[in-house]
Design a protein around this ligand. Structure first.
Ligand code: FAD
Ligand code: DHB
Length: 382
């Protein structure tokens, strides 16, 4: 079979691109190695920038997000046993964010694609690619898809990145991970809480009015089975503690997983007619909630460039793709590194380093300029 755009990977980047291309009248085939249930259940991000929300709206994939998404106008920072709110619209000239889980975006895009779009093949693992073709394993057979363009949207562990021969990699690791849990309990807060504490970082997020999403900094290589529910709630209590009456409500924990933290960028994002998008090209540590948003931002630029190429036969926007994306990517790399290193306690960190973190947090809590810089980055307004 032949298609115009072969998309490797049915995560948010690949699915959204397929949707945008469909709307532009460009045919594509999506190859996804996992099964549908797996990609729809995989717990990941939850915070959407305004630009991400707009992209979902513009491509007609926002109906359920409008009903079920939770608009947020700020976050809370906790340190030194006190809480400080950042008011996003006031600090950014009107920007806000939306809480709507990646799992739900994926479900919405999969349903639309299967209903209206081109082929979306599950359990179809890409095994190789070259100029104008992708080979893949599907239903027990080796198959070949020929195409004009390949988009590598196959995440950090995919095969596409290796097909950019001149690729240069920039990366950093962090000496801590996140234990993330999902709990059947109403969130104990209206807005996300990012906490710096003497016991390490904690984050209170949410998925709905009845489901909370919580994260704890843990040592690398932690086995989630080492943490029982009681222990998790006790530790969250200690890290979110402030002077004053705030209480963390507990409930049954329904999912528990450990995520390592990594910064990673590969340049360029293109080789001939192969374009990398999303986690295939760049990874950020999760503290700034940028991973999913960057993936969507890449796809918006790429869809526009492919549409222009298809309509005019001209490559100029495709030529600009990587440079346009990488400016945003590096801004997000810096912001994610900044949030991560400001809020986590590295093993063996000196008291001096802790005081520097607190000095920065105090600055954000007391200076409108410092708070605005965080808010502009967080909302993706910069
Ligand atoms: P992915 O979602 O990784 O999608 C890639 C897809 O390609 C997958 O479905 C994969 O199965 C498929 N694939 C891989 N190889 C092949 C192949 N050879 N053939 C066919 N298909 C293939 N971001 C945040 O902002 N906040 C968070 O809390 C957060 N938590 C995260 C937790 C984890 C465990 C991970 C891994 C990421 C997390 N992220 C988070 C980042 C965010 O989820 C990603 O940035 C986002 O998923 C990127 O989307 P993507 O489509 O580029 O990649
Ligand atoms: C979520 C994850 C993040 O990394 C973050 O900064 C905010 C929210 C979440 O999963 O809800």
């Amino acid at each position: 079979t032949h298609t115009t755009v072969a998309i490797i990977g049915g995560g948010p980047a690949g699915l959204l691109l397929a949707r945008m291309l469909h709307n532009a009248g460009i045919d594509s085939v999506v190859l996804e190695s996992r099964d549908r249930a797996y990609v729809e259940q995989r717990q990941r991000a939850g915070m959407l920038e305004q630009g991400t929300v707009d992209a979902l709206r513009e491509c007609g994939a926002a109906a359920r997000m409008e009903r079920e998404g939770l608009p947020h106008n700020g976050i809370e920072l906790r340190f030194d046993r006190r809480a400080h709110r950042l008011d996003f619209p006031a600090l950014t000239g009107g920007s806000s964010v939306m809480i709507y889980a990646q799992t739900e975006i994926v479900k919405d895009l999969v349903a639309l694609q299967l209903d209206e779009g081109g082929p979306l093949l599950f359990e179809a693992q890409a095994t190789g690619l070259g100029d104008g073709y992708v080979t893949y394993r599907h239903e027990g057979q080796e198959k070949t898809l020929t195409c004009d363009v390949i988009v590598g949207a196959d995440g950090f562990h995919g095969i596409s990145r290796a097909a950019v021969p001149s690729g240069r990699v920039y990366e950093a690791d962090y000496p801590y991970s996140w234990l993330g849990v999902l709990a059947d309990v109403a969130p104990s807060t209206d807005e996300l809480i990012y906490a710096h504490s003497p016991r390490g970082f904690a984050l209170h997020s949410m998925r709905s009015p009845t489901v909370s999403r919580l994260y704890l900094q843990v040592p690398n290589d932690t086995d989630p089975a080492d943490w029982d529910d009681e222990q998790i709630w006790d530790e969250l209590d200690l890290r979110f503690a402030i002077d004053g009456d705030w209480k963390l409500a507990r409930g049954p924990i329904t999912a528990k997983a450990v995520t390592p933290m990594r910064s990673f960028v590969t340049e360029p994002m293109r080789h001939g007619r192969l374009f990398l998008a999303g986690d295939a090209a760049h990874i950020v540590p999760p503290t700034g909630a940028k991973g999913l948003n960057l993936a969507v931002a890449d796809v918006v630029v790429l869809a526009r460039a492919l549409e222009h190429w298809r309509r005019t036969g001209k490559d100029d926007l495709l030529d600009d793709y990587g440079d346009i994306c990488l400016r945003r990517v590096w801004r997000a790399e810096h912001f994610s590194w900044f949030m991560t290193t400001m809020l986590h306690l590295a093993p063996g960190q000196s008291d001096y380093e802790t005081r520097l973190q607190l000095a920065q947090l105090h600055r954000i809590a007391t200076s409108e300029a410092a708070a605005a810089e965080l808010a502009l980055n967080y909302t993706g307004t910069v």
